[in-house]
Design a protein around this ligand. Structure first.
Ligand SMILES: [Cu+2]
Length: 133
């Protein structure tokens, strides 16, 4: 049953997150990637870089970026053990398990940097979108 599977993964996910919070003690939480305002978009060596963090979903969920230039979607993980690590970006044929901590670059060509590029987790419950304008 799909709902049972979902419930189990939600419970497991919550436990893991709770465990991570308890285990990390009073260490400062990593600062979240800025929501909106394009603060997660910058240029690096002539390429547009879009940073999206994956942990219990994707943040920011919506990003606006410049169309028609070579772009990298840089997925950041930090103690990510939920299914947001199982990422698919259909438009560019990307499908990978992100490392539990690290950065994974997804290359988007200038031609692909048009319209909306969406990423979706393995179970289809989390997603993010980059609108190229
Ligand atoms: Cu999922």
């Amino acid at each position: 049953m799909k709902n049972n599977k979902l419930a189990v993964s939600l419970i497991l996910g919550s436990l893991i997150i709770l465990g991570a919070i308890l285990f990390s003690g009073n260490k400062a939480a990593p600062s979240p990637v800025g929501e909106g305002g394009g603060s997660n978009v910058y240029m690096e060596n002539g390429k547009q870089v879009i940073e999206i963090s994956a942990k219990g979903g994707y943040s920011p969920r919506a990003t606006t970026a410049k169309a028609g230039i070579p772009t990298i979607i840089r997925m950041k993980t930090q103690g990510t053990f939920d299914c947001s690590a199982a990422l698919t970006v259909p438009k560019v044929g990307f499908q990978k398990f992100l490392p539990s901590s690290g950065a994974t670059d997804i290359a988007i060509s200038a031609e692909q940097a048009q319209g909306t590029v969406q990423g979706i987790c393995g179970m289809g419950m989390y997603n993010f979108g980059v609108a190229f304008q």
